[in-house]
Design a protein around this ligand. Structure first.
Ligand SMILES: [Fe+2]
Length: 390
């Protein structure tokens, strides 16, 4: 088992070790991990280095190290998830290439080298934005089933890429033209670039901010606007997305307290994607919210935090029960989600694993929930009965 190193070249831009074969897996809170669990999806840093590789057996020391690094979820493989293979909506290669470009751009910005920004670097970012759009257009029937796992220090880069992916998916659901998708993708990818102007302690948000620090943090959309319009020349629309991504429909956002139609649609979509990613990544809150709770929170945000039509479009790509989620049924049985239906997010295909008394079924039963109206999901659980974290 290795924490660092063990790499091979990928596209010449960075090095990374990928699992030779995608393992079956399910996502679990690090707090529920137990020594002996098998890692099913590697944890990378933004440079493409493997922090914890696939196939590794978790030990107490690694659980402590994951928490220290701000990694709060992990994909594991066990007997009943071995054949469950949720697919990422963009390729590992593209996700890592995007992460690395953003890391380089933000690092140069932080170091004050903005004016030395080469057109080659912006050309690579433009290329990556187009690749993200292409992959998402090609995968439009897929829902978000996989989350990337990030260490706290790499949060901002992975977050930027994820917000871009979620925003573009929403733009596709709203039938945006290719040109509109490009502006949305570029603006959402760079929406938090203003954070590079903040002190690390404030921008990193590893702790509760004081009122003064909060005031400084809330300047980052204005800084982002300045950087994008003045230094990087990405175009007005991209700068407006950065400027308005924390404005809220109700008027309770910042920096200007804009409301409803005063907020550009693309900035609102980016804000929605930003909120979802923050809630699901567990890095900022340092606790894991089950995906169904995040889904409910977003569902309730229509015409309060964001325009209803945007929330509706956003939710077409999100599932409260991603593939690999363990669920409790109204019958008391425990099941695992094995497939999702894009039109019916509350009714996935499940495999019933345990009877209501916790005994394992001799032969697991698979069914689409709409086909059996007597069964509904009542909760997301982390472990099978009798295997709860102690
Ligand atoms: Fe932000």
């Amino acid at each position: 088992m290795m924490w660092y190193g063990d790499r091979f070249k990928l596209h010449g831009l960075f090095s990374v070790r990928l699992c030779q074969e995608v393992s079956g897996m399910r996502r679990i809170s690090v707090y529920s991990l137990k020594p002996g669990h098998l890692v099913a999806r590697p944890v990378y840093n933004s440079s493409g280095q493997v922090l914890l590789q696939c196939g590794a057996r978790v030990s107490k020391r690694y659980i402590d190290r994951l928490l220290e690094m701000g990694v709060f979820t992990l994909y594991i493989e066990d007997d009943f998830s071995a054949d469950i293979k949720p697919e990422d909506i963009i390729s590992d290669e593209l996700r890592m290439r995007s992460n690395l470009l953003i890391k380089n751009l933000f690092s140069r910005q932080k170091a004050g080298h903005a004016r030395g920004q080469t057109s080659a670097e912006m050309a690579r970012i433009t290329a990556v934005v187009n690749d993200i759009i292409d992959e998402l257009l090609a995968n439009r029937s897929t829902m978000i089933n996989l989350m990337d796992i990030r260490a706290h220090d790499d949060y901002l880069f992975g977050h930027s890429v994820n917000v871009c992916v979620l925003a573009v998916l929403t733009g596709i659901a709203l039938h945006f033209s290719r040109t509109k998708l490009f502006h949305l993708a570029m603006g959402s990818l760079l929406h938090d670039i203003g954070i590079t102007r903040l002190d690390r302690g404030i921008g990193g948000r590893k702790r509760e901010l004081t009122a003064e620090e909060r005031r400084q943090f809330e300047m980052h959309p204005l800084y982002g606007y300045e950087i994008l319009s003045r230094d990087l020349h990405t175009g007005k629309l991209c700068a407006i997305i950065a400027l308005q991504h924390h404005e809220r429909y109700s008027g309770h956002g910042y920096p200007k307290g804009l409301q409803q139609d005063e907020i550009h649609e693309m900035a609102a979509i980016t804000g929605l994607a930003d909120m979802y990613d923050e809630l699901t990544s567990a890095v900022i809150q340092q606790r894991v919210l089950p995906p169904n709770e995040v889904y409910e929170m977003i569902s309730g945000a229509g015409d309060s935090l964001f325009a209803f039509n945007l929330v509706k479009a956003f939710l077409t790509n999100i599932t409260p029960y991603p593939v690999g989620t363990l669920v409790k049924l109204n019958t008391g049985e425990t099941a695992i989600v094995i497939e999702n239906n894009k039109g019916l997010p509350l009714y996935p295909k499940i495999r019933v694993l345990c009877h209501e008394d916790g005994r394992l079924l001799k032969e697991p039963v698979e069914l689409w929930l709409p086909e059996d109206r007597t069964k509904t999901i009542v909760a997301v659980v982390e472990n099978l009965p009798g295997q709860e974290a102690g």
